[in-house]
Design a protein around this ligand. Structure first.
Ligand code: C5P
Ligand code: MG
Length: 219
């Protein structure tokens, strides 16, 4: 009897200590980058389903902010989205920061999708967020421009409701990707932080690539 109670108390203490350790350690972050239509969001949904980590899409956060009643940035964000240009980091980073802080996910692990998209994004992140988190790596979803464009057009035609899933915006989005985002991916590659997946494959195959390297990161 005494032994049982002793064990139960021990188990409770252990669980409490473990959750405190998880919550006290810095949040772990994985950036997900790739051209528009490469399947970043789809991959994140697979990861969320199987691992339970938190998916924060910078684009989704901006779209939510855009339609918030009384948002001072609504029109400003919409113009950037239509033109495929990048919203100033102060806005995007504060949305990400707030979303991370309000998350009560027990893993304390975040997939940040579509960020950092340019040098301004990176500088802003380094200024206010980099010290608060542990960057585990960058998943680079590699896919041809043709396939990406077809996917986005198809998504637009099947009712995505996105104001940028049209040919004109897609040309601009792809230009931004080549000019502004690829150099950021290359920089992370030089730091040995990039995990490349072939996003021409099916979502399931892409996810299996991730399953193969996550253990190396302790994920
Ligand atoms: O990633 P997603 O395709 O949802 O992004 C849609 C648009 O949101 C981008 O083309 C850009 O205008 C805006 N965005 C941004 N900064 C980010 C991510 C997205 O300005 N870091
Ligand atoms: Mg997306």
């Amino acid at each position: 009897m005494y032994t049982l109670r002793f064990l139960a108390t021990g188990a409770r203490r252990f669980i409490r200590a473990m959750s405190a350790a998880t919550m006290n350690r810095k949040p772990e972050v994985m950036f997900i980058l790739g051209s528009p239509g490469a399947g970043k969001g789809t991959l994140c949904r697979y990861i969320v389903e199987h691992y339970g980590y938190v998916h924060l899409s910078a684009g989704d956060l901006l779209r939510e902010e855009r339609v918030k009643p009384g948002s001072q940035y609504g029109e400003f964000i919409e113009t950037h989205i239509r033109n495929g240009t990048i919203v100033p980091v102060e806005i995007t980073c504060s949305l990400i920061d707030r979303a991370m802080q309000t998350s009560e996910n027990p893993h304390n692990r975040f997939l940040i999708d579509g960020f950092p998209r340019n040098q301004d994004n990176l500088d802003g992140w380094n200024k206010v967020m980099a010290d608060k988190v542990l960057l585990k790596g960058v998943i680079f979803c590699e896919c041809s421009e043709e396939v990406c464009t077809q996917r986005c057009l198809h998504r637009g035609a099947s009712g995505s409701g996105r104001s940028d899933d049209n040919e004109q915006s897609l040309i601009l989005r792809h230009q931004t990707y080549l000019k502004n985002t690829l150099p950021i991916i290359k920089m992370y590659e030089q730091q040995g932080l990039v995990y490349k997946v072939n996003s021409m494959n099916t979502p399931e195959e892409v996810f299996q690539d991730v399953v193969a390297f996550f253990p190396k990161l302790g994920w």
